[in-house]
Design a binder for this molecule. Sequence first.
Ligand SMILES: [Zn+2]
Ligand SMILES: [Zn+2]
Length: 785
Amino acid sequence: MVSQRIRTRVRVSGIVQGVGFRPFVYSLATGLGLGGLVGNDVDGVFAEVEGAPEAVEKFMVALGRDAPPLAGVERIATSPLRPQGSTVFAIAPSQPGGERRTLVSADTATCDDCLAELADPADRRFGYPFINCTNCGPRFTIVTGVPYDRALTTMAGFAMCGSCAAEYHDPANRRFHAQPTCCPDCGPRLRLTDPTGASLFVDPVADPVDGAADVLARGGVLAVKGLGGYHLAAGAASEAATAALRARKHREDKPFAIMAADLDQARALCEVDGVAADLLTSRRRPIVLLPRRAGPAAGPGTGVARPVAPGNRCLGVMLPYTALHHLLLARTGPIVLTSGNVSDEPIAYADDDALAKLRGIADAFLTHDRPIHVRTDDSVVRTFRGRAALVRRARGHAPEPLRLRTAFARPVLACGAELKSTFCLAKGDRAFVSQHIGDLENAETLRSFTEGIAHFGALFEITPAVIAHDLHPEYLSTKYAQDLADANPGGLELVGVQHHHAHIASCLADNGADGTGGDSPARVIGVAFDGTGYGTDGTVWGGEFLVAGLDGFERAGHLAPVPMPGGAAAIRQPWRMAAAYTDAGCPDGLSGPLDVRRRNEERWASVLAMARRGVNSPATSSAGRLFDAVAALVGVRDQVNYEGQAAVELEQLAEPAERGRYPAAVEDGDVLVASGADLFRCAADDLAAGVGREVIAARFHNGLAGLIVDCCVLLRERTGLTTAALSGGVFQNLLLLEAVTGRLEARGFAVLTHCRVPCNDGGISLGQAVVAAARTRPGGLARTT
Ligand SMILES: [Zn+2]
Ligand SMILES: [Zn+2]
């Protein structure tokens, strides 16, 4: 008696090609005794399965639940077919051109199966630093074009040996169609060289990893070729090595990240909660910002030398994400692993260039012959209220798209801002936000930007019809957008998006809040606090309250403008902002002398005179400049090496337990004007009264949070809006973010904060894209679900 059989057609869409989906389906189906077939086509993966109804049902359950780690299943659709009597299961050959819409996945940390082989002396890839499989390894950084195939990766020059080819063609093998697969017989080779490029250790004569570990053990600086570029490494416990690295790199203050071998080592350095542990061990392997452990280090060799992150309560920690890192960390303690560059240049990724630029910094180079095609930094993430919030979105995330609830009616290119630049290409319901590119201020970063746009456009077949840009006429990204439009007369629609509107729109898109869902507000009270953004009135904005939707905004309030004496000089020299705020906040004189004035007595009067006459002193409502003023006032620093540094240090200084709050007036006119100068004056009074700097810093934070909440409450009374969206680089300040979020929620607001893209200017391109889409299509964006 023949039991009843059914046949079902299955279609799976999403990131399902080049991620081991067909072998997964093959082994799942054969394990359940099903007949049928599986294949790739332009829409993803299709399959037909035939057998007993219970077996087909088990297949369907496991299909969604047990998909390979790199797969991003977006949809599974089924339809019934007539049984054909199939008892064997086959992989259907791909049709030519049938994989064009493959979504390239992000680079992925070495998987457990590969790590087990790496550690197994009997395995033919024992100790091989380039081991990978369908579930792990390099992807985005080695892909040179589409379709995703070995010939269009930087592995093209490595012909597979017989053993690797057999695995590659075996549907039951973990390396079936694993494009970067290789082994010691056929793959890339590791080398250790001196700073002239001369080989010191060449595999297999001597192990270059041993030589590299020896360089670190002797206190040297090592350049290491990673997935997206070169890193500079030094023993994290070594005062001399980390100080030398800092001096040679001309990196005076920004903290270094640390790579630890495993979670236990990370826990010896920092407080690691469950969410942070999941992030550290995730396949994306970002740098996770973690609170430092109080007290002495847990054991020998686990300490962190002072130059690693001076004066910072947090450490950036990551775990190994390539086999090479695992091999190296097995021979060392925790190491500093920082971008291979000099001061503010982008990370070096081409071998010759890296050697030329880093030879004055590194004592040796641990390198290899697999080229890097796309420069990509490490991602940086932190946790806020139990969820991840990206600070820098790069390796492990790019080029995976952000799915939006609404579809772009026309393809959009958004060019971002200037600092922490990213771009965004969007089509359908997908927004491809580029990896962090850096500050668009030198030719090399600009080249990464323009080449990246071309590369993404080719990979994802997006030809933009709409170009979005910042309103700042001098940003290189703005000029690029205008040049592109000029070169395509009549073909491209140009849309200028105000900087802080883009921040708020980015926060809305990040949260899937775009006015189209049942509980999704069409408009929100947007709080956009940052350093600098070009306002619609030509002044410098940065402490903004917007009543905003995707299609438009109204400037409903802002910090009271003060002059920036000397323009850009005031950004580099926070004491100038202290002078400007002294004038604005203490017009009747001070209750005591100011140390900041005494330290800068020679130029104080002339800077004030310049500000009062309005000479080279643009007015700004920037919250970043208010932080600068207070930081200089309490003696944090008078000069900075990067924008935002004084604010970061003021946050680190603040006493977390202090509950006092400085009051600030809000002028309740057509547009709310909030007095940052009131906060400054209170801080100056406390300082004169001998209150501690830690307490002053905390009361300032609490006062600014109170000012923000007061303004939001006033705007709620006027508009009836009950959702507040917080964006802009100032909200990287966790103390402020926590205070504002908590108080707004206590007052009954729904609060949106960033998660998938940074709140800083790295998130601007996504905001520009959704604003441009909303403004260039009647009725806004098209609903997809
Ligand atoms: Zn693997
Ligand atoms: Zn091989």
